[in-house]
Design a protein. Structure first.
Length: 166
């Protein structure tokens, strides 16, 4: 009887340990991604007097894109280049102001400008997002965010993705 109780206790620790909740902080909320599949995507770039480090974490269930976490960093010793990128990011994000679940920030530290975006496709107003981004060449299929369409678009820009197993 003791062996059975010990086995049940050990099994319950295993089950509880395996169902650990994983959350992403969007800046305005915590999003549970523990039941979603995850791909980490990267793209590097260089230009005249600048380098970029671009990463995207894509969370999805089946064909539906649930969450996109984007971090784009531009590094340069030229302050005017950094100002150009900072202004460009802020100008782009101005179109999304007031759109809940599209959380975007731009920070400038030292010789780097960083854009961070978290888009919660499960809660965002899709019609409003499509109105901002346009009907053509987007990631939506019947107004549903499609992970394969996002991956195809990203691949066109040299983005490489790997499956994350946690």
């Amino acid at each position: 009887m003791k062996k059975i109780i010990i086995m049940v206790v050990l099994l319950s620790f295993l089950v509880v340990g395996c169902s650990e909740k994983k959350e992403i902080d969007s800046g305005t909320e915590k999003i549970d991604v523990s039941t979603m599949e995850h791909k980490h995507c990267t793209r590097l770039g260089e230009g005249e007097n600048l380098t970029t480090d671009l990463s995207y974490d894509v969370y999805y269930t089946g064909e539906r894109l649930n969450l996109l976490v984007s971090k784009e960093a531009v590094t340069s010793e030229d302050a005017s280049i950094l100002q150009q990128y900072e202004d460009a990011y802020k100008s782009i994000f101005a179109h999304y102001e007031g759109l809940d679940y599209y959380d975007a920030t731009v920070t400038r530290e030292g010789n780097t400008v960083t854009s961070n975006i978290v888009i919660n496709y499960d809660k965002i107003d899709i019609a409003r997002l499509i109105e901002i981004e346009g009907e053509e060449d987007n990631i939506f299929e019947n107004k549903e965010p499609n992970v394969e369409k996002w991956l195809e678009l990203a691949k066109k820009f040299g983005t490489q993705c790997t499956v994350v197993t946690e």
